[in-house]
Design a protein around this ligand. Structure first.
Ligand code: ADP
Ligand code: ZN
Length: 291
């Protein structure tokens, strides 16, 4: 069975044809420009392809509520031209197919549960640390939605007293994203993140902030696996530092062996590696066929 997948990012779009086993057979990628130009390219790619469903994992905020009149919209993004844009509606004009639609990170959490690091579990979280910080969660097979969808990149965390950087978030200054995104690291230290040496103090601070967020997520959602992806997490030295801080913050309170003894297998990088996003969209396509 062939499925279509769209990873709709604020910087670039990835479109792919894959199958029900998470295999990717063909893919293209192009920069995100205007909705008209970008969706034109998307439609061209999928035209004539023999797909049975389409999944879209999108940058947000979006409206993921199937009963809402704005279901399928990218809603209040500050990204020029994309605010209040009916991306799913545009696709439906061209393709009469079942479609799945969710945040990129909710999709990635679903894909990791199906085919990746959280296979055979019932719940997982996927956190991306890149241009922004975003987190998705799937619990009992369903993506978490509510009023909107979780916006866990914007939670408030405690500052390290030595950190005088003001923060990068246009809404909250020093929320998690404001303190720990790639652009925040670069502005704080005046260097590209990938140019900072592996033993730079930047990574201790980064791990401290991410660990606070993870501890909060563990306390609130209780996921069975936490997957960390995105450009910043290419810095592998962050993983042991984050795990150590999470244990220290929780201080034995979550009395489960995953945290106490097996944290190396609990906080991990994506099993689908750089395909986590696009396989997430594939998983959304597959889920739309289950209904
Ligand atoms: P996006 O979030 O835009 O989808 P990425 O996940 O690649 O894309 O994130 C881009 C951000 O990640 C950049 O701001 C950059 O600072 C950071 N980044 C990318 N590669 C690395 C790396 N190897 N080490 C540290 N930071 C990186
Ligand atoms: Zn914020």
């Amino acid at each position: 069975m062939l499925l279509g997948a769209i990873e709709a990012g604020g910087t670039k779009f990835v479109c792919a044809i894959g199958d029900e086993n998470g295999g990717v057979r063909e893919r293209v990628s192009f920069p995100t420009t205007t909705p008209k130009e970008t969706l034109g390219k998307v439609v061209n790619f999928f035209k004539g392809k023999d797909i049975e469903a389409l999944g879209v994992g999108s940058f947000g905020p979006i409206d993921p509520n199937i009963n809402s009149k704005n279901y399928g919209y990218i809603t209040t993004t500050p990204k020029p031209h994309w605010g209040n844009y009916d991306i799913l509606g545009e696709l439906k004009k061209h393709f009469k197919l079942p479609m799945g639609f969710d945040t990129d990170v909710n999709g990635a959490a679903l894909g990791e549960l199906k085919w990746g690091a959280a296979k055979n579990l019932k719940s997982a979280m996927y956190i991306t640390v890149g241009t922004g910080v975003g987190a998705g969660a799937v619990v009992e097979g369903n993506m978490i939605h509510g009023l909107l969808h979780p916006e866990m990149g914007h939670i408030l965390i405690r500052r390290d007293p030595s950190d005088e950087y003001k923060g990068k978030c246009p809404f909250h200054s020093d929320c998690l994203e404001g303190l720990a995104s790639g652009p925040a690291i670069e502005e704080r230290w005046g260097k590209k993140a990938y140019e900072l040496p592996k033993d730079h103090e930047a990574w201790d601070l980064e791990a401290y902030y991410l660990a606070q967020a993870l501890a909060n997520y563990i306390l609130i959602i209780s996921p069975e696996k936490i997957i960390l992806g995105g450009g910043v997490m290419k810095q592998n030295q962050l993983f042991p530092k984050i795990r150590k801080n999470v244990k220290k913050i929780l201080n034995g309170y979550i009395s489960k062996k995953e945290v106490l003894e097996g944290i190396d297998d609990y906080i991990v990088s994506p099993g689908l590696e750089d395909n986590a996003g696009i396989c997430g969209a594939l998983a959304l396509a597959l889920k739309s066929l289950e209904k």
